[in-house]
Write a protein of this length. Sequence first.
Length: 431
Amino acid sequence: MQQPKLLSEEKVFKDPVHRYVHVRDELIWDLINSPEFQRLRRIKQLGTSYFTFHGGEHSRFNHSLGVYEVMRRILETFEGRIHLTYEEKLLCMCAALLHDVGHGPFSHSFEKVFRFHHEDWTRAILTGNTKINGILSRMGDDFPKKVAEVIAKTYDNKLIVSLISSQIDADRMDYLLRDAYYTGVGYGNFEIERILRVMRPHEDGIVFKYSGMHAVEDYIMSRYQMYWQVYFHPVTRSAEVVLRKIFQRAKSLYASGYAFQMEPVQLLPFFRDKVELSDYLALDESVVFFYLQQWRLEEDPILHDLCARFIDRNLFKYVEYNPRDFRLLAELKDLFQMAGIDPMYYLEVDTTSDLPYDFYRASEDEERIPIMLRMPGGELVELSQKSEIVKAISGKRRFDYKLYFPLDKVLALPEDVSGKIRERLGVMEDA
Ligand code: ZN
């Protein structure tokens, strides 16, 4: 059995959301100080949201420490209620700390264009030739793999998995509070202290004491609000669209043999689709911004224009879009083409959807395990059976479709062409 290896003195980080983050284990401290984890300081948690909410510039480092702290507190409340070995507790804390370690700069836009998933990079960082792997391996050769399995939700202890990914887990509890705090919005708040106090381990997962139902309701509502008011904000998505178009343009220029004024050395592996772990780890937001500044000076008018838009926040405008209206999109594409505005880079439908809470037990997707309440008599009841508020939004997936385009370019066209396009878009004036 593994003996706890504790620091001679507890380390404490000041944190605006949880007040303090406490580190007692040597292993956790060493993971935090690894280069792969420190890299998260240079990647924003909310990607392009700071264009909409200027306070939202906090990093993934910041959030990862928070998830670790929430997990540490959950384990504290479980003390005496369930037996977890030191290795199991450490497994929970490592998974919490490292669950986002594979995120790259502006993941949402970057991943779509270069077709990869940060989850795969997380696994590669944990199990590949990295400092993090070396540190985790001190707990045993298979420990890095176990951490990766917990994060990938394939680990056989379902209780441990559900603490890091379920409908109410350490990850979500931290990001909802943290993102609300930094963006400055009022509706992301819920009482985490109360939730942690009524949380109980139960067979393969967690349940909540009925007396804490209102705190759980608050959490579900705050999640619902945060998704629609912050995460899916149309302006944030506009910045994502522009960024996606930039990567798409640069990649296609590279493929066509375009001579960049300065070769984008650090991005070449991505353009060539031959990315090593070291290439990926060398990437952060400062690298991306460096290239955006460089490309702004490029001769290619599209790349130059898109980069200037992103840097100066001259983003695309949007209108609501009906996904069944294929004809409209085809017509607009033709009109854009004829007007000399390349629709490939300047016309884009962006779709998003969210399921705020689901009461179904879908076995293949652990995240959708329903939230269970433990009644005073001991029986378990699914949350929406007791909560009218949660019932009202349960199982209802909401979709949102927006059509993005540069209004300034449309307005600069000759009146007859511009009028026709605006009429089809339903934008009559400077919206
Ligand atoms: Zn996270």
